[in-house]
Design a binder for this molecule. Structure first.
Ligand code: USQ
Length: 382
């Protein structure tokens, strides 16, 4: 396949690029370094050094023999998007090119506006670039489980059959996101569904939960290929944050009651899911939706797991509830269906003690790089 990866510099984008290239696909990545710029502005740089995309692609070629073509440009600019899609002439387009931080999107007007503009503009430009230059291509779009929020009913995979006054119909599952970032993904889904219905585009929308991990087959080939591993309050996801806190000797920052439950997955499983989605494309005029997670945990369960494995390694891990900076339910029902990707062949890597222990070992090696004032939450939901 000719594969174009938008947002190829990200935590997921870069490992995905290596994974597809290693599998023999012809890979182009595009990115405007928005995350790097925000990380610098907010003092939220990743734990381990991440060379530029061009440098990482050169290192990957050296150690694996595979090429990754790099385009640096702002995909929110329609001309850039049109030229990237026209030149790459892709069979598959993987769309990660969004501002992914919920806290950043809630920081103030400037941050909300830039998240809204970037995320919606990139999706809209991509839709039109496909219509004009790649109408037969399949888009694999990264959505989020956060689109659904935490409803008091089971969460289906994207669609729900509703019976109303004796008649039935199939609709997008109701969405109620908890941050502006998550809301941009709800809007993306509606936009995609419109263009799928009316223009016959082929789209798979992957509703993914929080990801953890820093190891993949390709990333492990050289330290320069490591994914951007964030532990700060802006880009760090909860499991990665707790691992770093355990190593730094900072009590694990459980927000509020800690009953907040989400569907988690290992970075290795993100790669499998995206590959499976690419290999099983949606048909013309079809919007396929999968819930991309492998197991559900509450924040307290994650804290207990990191504490228990950390203590076995002599880290003396403490857990401390702090006031919740977010507006979210701290006790709630949560039961998402997630059988679609398993049926396509996903073989999950669960969060076992060994997996947690290996991640802690990697972080212990980088302990000197941890900057403690990046850990406490700096953004409150107003
Ligand atoms: N949390 C804590 N302590 C922390 C950090 C987070 O208790 O130190 C809690 C949060 O309040 C939340 C849960 O952990 O209830 C998950 O938070 P998170 O920061 O790991 O994840 P979130 O902000 O929801 O966003 C992340 C990614 C986002 C992706 C999303 C999937 O940044 O790009 O879309 O996970 S999901 O959460 O399913 O919407």
């Amino acid at each position: 396949m000719k594969v174009l990866i938008l947002g190829g510099d990200g935590y997921l984008g870069w490992p995905t690029a290596m994974d597809f290239a290693a599998a023999g696909h012809d890979v182009t990545v595009a990115d405007n370094y928005m995350r790097r710029i925000i990380a610098e502005e907010t003092d939220s740089e990743a734990l381990l050094p991440t060379p530029t995309l061009t440098q990482r692609a050169a290192k990957f070629k050296e150690v694996s023999g595979h090429d990754i073509h790099v385009r640096i440009g702002d995909l929110a600019d329609p001309e850039v998007m049109m030229s990237v899609v026209a030149e790459a002439a892709p069979d598959t387009i993987i769309h990660y090119a969004e501002q992914p931080s919920a806290p950043y999107s809630m920081r103030g007007f400037k941050e909300a506006r830039s998240t809204f503009k970037n995320n919606l503009d990139v999706t809209f430009n991509l839709i039109w670039a496909m219509i004009e230059h790649a109408p037969k291509a399949h888009m694999v779009k990264l959505g989020t489980m956060g689109e659904y929020g935490t409803p008091n009913i089971d969460i289906e995979e994207g669609w729900i059959d509703i019976e109303h006054k004796g008649r039935t119909g199939k609709f997008l599952f109701p969405r109620a996101a908890g941050s502006l970032y998550h809301t941009t993904k709800v809007l993306d889904t509606d936009l995609l569904w419109f263009y799928v219905r009316i223009y016959g585009l082929k789209v798979t929308d992957l509703m993914q939960g929080p990801v953890y991990g820093l190891s993949t087959d390709q990333a492990d080939l050289d330290p320069a290929l490591v994914p951007n591993f964030h532990y700060d309050d802006i880009f760090g996801t909860v499991v990665n944050r707790f691992l770093v806190q355990a190593v730094a000797g900072i009590p694990l920052t459980v927000y509020g009651g800690g009953g907040q439950t989400r569907g988690y997955l290992n970075l290795r499983d993100t790669l499998q899911c995206v590959m499976l989605a690419a290999q099983n494309p949606a048909g013309e005029g079809e919007l396929k939706i999968f819930n991309q997670l492998t197991e559900t945990f509450s924040v307290n369960q994650i804290a207990d797991k990191v504490q228990s494995v950390g203590n076995q390694k002599g880290l003396n891990v403490e857990v401390k509830s702090i006031p919740n900076p977010r507006k979210e339910m701290e006790e709630h029902y949560y039961n998402p269906t997630h059988s679609g990707l398993i049926e396509m062949g996903l073989k999950p890597h669960y969060m076992t003690d060994d997996v947690v222990s290996d991640m802690l070992d990697r972080i212990i090696d980088a302990k000197d790089r941890i900057i403690e004032n990046r850990i406490m939450p700096r953004v409150k939901w107003k």
